[in-house]
Design a protein around this ligand. Structure first.
Ligand code: ADP
Ligand code: MN
Ligand code: MN
Ligand code: MN
Length: 360
């Protein structure tokens, strides 16, 4: 019997790429999805005269929607003429970084927040035709009509992720009505991105059945409403064994905070204002249990004296391959592999003395 393979990839839409997918029928004897292709001129990834882009399968799992032997196939996009990763492909660099620092065993747990919108763009729970619901307060982890909207979608999505074999670790209703969260991980830097993309795809696909739009916008409603993030929990071997390594990791992120925040998703300044459980985007801080800091160390981690830290800054619309790669680089370049102590920087070379200018 033939079966269906849904090939999924990231397109070239700016400022935030979108997921695309198409179906290939595979014959019974084929067990590994083969390389395939698509028209890159229709996805902002190629010009019409050189339109062919290649889909290279990198991760596949059971398709929980079609069931049976059908599969979902996450792909990297390659340039047909060179066989090199396409400019929109951020996974290849992430996989290289993961390999380079394999001995540190970096783990990531991503908390994907998102907002459910009606076809007209208003969030579920906001009055149709304009206006605002009662202020934030009763919605987070609430139960009951008027507090919870879209439960059926998240129930189906969660079960779909489990059936697909993804490492989903939990879900919760969020602070703004119509806003939800699911968590993927902990997994390595590349696998967490693969699985997050498949989980995002499943969410968009299931919400189609309800005419609901899944928005990953960082700040879907302006004003006194929480934005949507993708808190990134991270650890390496040393952090999972000693507390000093956690502090050193927070400080390493602090030394690079601007470089990271610039790559944490479109429109981050609208979300990281210092209000609504965020730290201002241009100030770095870390603290135990502090949801107003850039990095939070969970209280249990302080109590245990080991574990992980949470970078609260990445947006819901972030690219997980970029976020996990950059955090891995910053941590692994700054900390000793086994102990997690700070790497001693070689003393800066003295700048050559300026030769006095002879003419003005
Ligand atoms: P919050 O209290 O911030 O809402 P969540 O429970 O939503 O936290 O998410 C915590 C995430 O941290 C989960 O995805 C979990 O898999 C992940 N996590 C747990 N331990 C580790 C670890 N050692 N390294 C990285 N991530 C971890
Ligand atoms: Mn959470
Ligand atoms: Mn949350
Ligand atoms: Mn969190």
């Amino acid at each position: 019997m033939a079966y269906q393979a849904e090939y999924i990839w990231l397109d070239g839409t700016e400022p935030t790429n979108l997921l695309r997918s198409k179906t290939r029928i595979l014959h019974d004897e084929i067990s590994e999805p083969p390389i395939w292709g698509f028209d890159g001129s229709s996805t902002n990834q190629a010009t019409g005269d050189k339109s062919d882009c290649v889909l290279k399968p990198v991760f596949h799992c059971h398709d929980p929607i079609r069931g049976g032997r059908n599969v979902l196939v996450m792909c990297e996009v390659m340039i047909a003429s060179t066989g090199r990763p396409h400019a929109t492909d951020t996974r290849a660099a992430c996989a290289r970084t993961e390999k380079k620092y394999a001995d540190r065993e970096m783990w990531f747990g991503l908390e994907q927040e998102y907002t459910m919108l009606r076809a007209d763009g208003t969030p579920l729970g906001f009055p149709e035709g304009g206006g605002q619901p009662a202020p934030q307060g009763p919605y987070y982890c609430g139960v009951g009509t008027g507090r919870i909207m879209g439960r059926e979608i998240i129930e189906r999505h969660t079960q779909a992720c489990i059936d697909a074999g993804l490492s989903i670790s939990g879900t919760n209703p969020e602070v703004m009505p119509g806003q939800w969260e699911f968590q993927i991980g902990p997994l390595g830097p590349t696998a967490v991105g693969d699985q997050l993309h498949v989980a995002r795809w499943l969410l968009h696909r299931i919400a189609e059945d309800y005419d609901v739009i899944i928005s990953l916008d960082a700040k879907p409603v302006r004003g006194d409403w929480n934005g949507a993030g993708c808190h990134t929990n991270f650890s390496n071997v040393a952090m999972r064994e000693n507390y000093e390594a956690i502090i050193n990791a927070c400080e390493a992120v602090g030394d690079n905070y601007m470089k990271l925040v610039e790559n944490y998703g479109h429109d981050i300044q609208s979300r990281l204002t210092g209000l609504h459980e965020t730290a201002p985007w241009d100030k770095f801080s870390y603290g135990v249990s502090d949801r107003g800091s850039s990095i939070r160390i969970p209280w249990q981690v302080e109590k245990d004296g080991k574990g992980y830290a949470e970078d609260r800054r990445p947006n819901a619309n972030c690219d997980p391959y970029v976020v996990s790669r950059m955090i891995t680089e910053v941590i692994c370049e700054s900390l000793e592999p086994k102990t997690g102590k700070k790497v001693k920087k070689a003393p800066a070379k003295k700048a050559p003395k300026k030769v006095a200018a002879t003419t003005k």
